[in-house]
Design a protein around this ligand. Sequence first.
Ligand SMILES: *Cc1c(COP(=O)(O)O)cnc(C)c1O
Length: 410
Amino acid sequence: MDNKGFFGDWGGAYIPEVLHQTFEELKKEYAKARQDPSFWQEYLHIMRTYSCRPTPLTHAKNLSDHFGGAQIYIKREDLNHTGAHKANNVMGQGLLVQRMGKKRVIAETGAGQHGMATATMAAKFGFDCTIYMGEVDVMRQRPNVFWMEKMGATVVPVKDGSRTLKDAINEAFRDWVTNIDSTHYVFGTACGPAPFPEMVSWFQSIISQEAIEQIQEYHGKLPARIYACVGGGSNAMGAFTHFLDTDTELVGVEAGGHGIETGQHAARLCGKDATPGVAQGYKTMFLQDDDGQMLETHSVAAGLDYVGVSPILADLWEKKRVRFEAATDKEVMAALDLTMKKEGIIPALESSHAFVQAFKEAPTLSSDEAIIINMSGRGDKDIFTIAHAFDDPSWKEFIIARGKEYSSNS
Ligand SMILES: *Cc1c(COP(=O)(O)O)cnc(C)c1O
C-alpha cells in the first residue's frame, strides 16, 4: 500500500471530509499495532482461547483418491467460533477499538455472517453494537438476525435501494459520519477505503501463517496451488498472503451464478462484465453499467453476492499473480454433495466455490503434489438453501409442519 492507500491503480480512500480525522486516528492505531509485537501476541491469545486457532489442515484422503491426482488438503476456517473466517477480522478490529477507547461498533452485513461475528465480538468486549442489514436480507436470513439480537445487538433493516448489502454499507457510513467520536465501523471484508483492505487482510493472514507451516509438516513441501472463494476477498487474501513470495499458484474463485454468459453472476475479475470505478470509498473493478449504476448480482452463496472486490486482489489480478475462475450454482451443489459424502465435511456455499475449481484441476496434477482449499466456513448456516436446492421432500414436510404448529398456537 502506498501512503494514499493504493495498490497499483486500485484502492485509495474516497471519504467525506468529516471522516478524515477518524481515518487518521484509525490509520495511526493500525500502524502502531503492526509495529508492536505484543499486539499480535494478544491477538493470537484471543484466537487460541476464544476461537479455535490454530485451525486444522485436514488431508482429504478420500477426495484425493477419488480424483486420482494431487493430494487435497482443506484449511478448516469452518472451525472458528461463529463458523467462518470472519472471526479473524472482527476480533482483531475489536482489539483496536479497545486501544482507541471507543465504546460502540457498527457493521454492515449481507447474509448475516459478518453481523453475527461482530455481535459476538461486541458482546465479548462489552461494546454497544448496531448492525445494518438490507430489509430483503433481514427477511432471508432470519436465524442470524435472531441470534444477533439475542447477543444484544440492534439490527436495523435498511429500506433504501435494492435493500441488500451495498445499501447496508451506505447506511453504516451515514451512521459513522454522525457518531465519529464514539463509534468504530467494523468493515467486514478486504474492501472499502484504506486502511480497511490492508488491515482486514492482515488479520486474515493468520490463515496462511498457519497453513504454510502445516503443509510443510504434513506434505514435506509447499503446495502447487491454493484455492479460495472470493466475495469481497478477505478469506482469499488471508489464505494467499504468506504464499505471495513462493512459487505456489494462487487461484481465486468467484460466483458464476447461473453462468457468466447469462449476466446473472457476481464475477468481477473473471469474465468481462466489470469495469474500473470508484464507489463505497475505494477504486476497484465493479459490476456496473455505463452510468456507474451498480448491476444486480446473483449467487446461490449470499456471501459472494457483491458488486466490488478487494483492491489488493484487483492489483494481484492485473499483475497476474492470482488467477481468477468462476463456479456456477449448479457446480457448487455437486461439489458440496461430494465433499459431504466423501469426507463428512459440510462446506459453506461460499467455500464450495473453491472446492469446485480444485476438483476440476486436482486430476491434472501428480499425486506427489499438494493443493490447499481454503474452507472459509461451515455449511450448517445454509441448511434452508441447500435443502431447497436438493429438493428434499422430508425437509419440506418439516417446514410445513412447523408453520402449522405456529399458526395453530397463535
Ligand atoms: C462472508 C463469507 C465469504 C465472503 O467474504 P470474503 O471477504 O470474500 O472472504 C466467504 N465465505 C464465507 C463462509 C463467508 O461467511
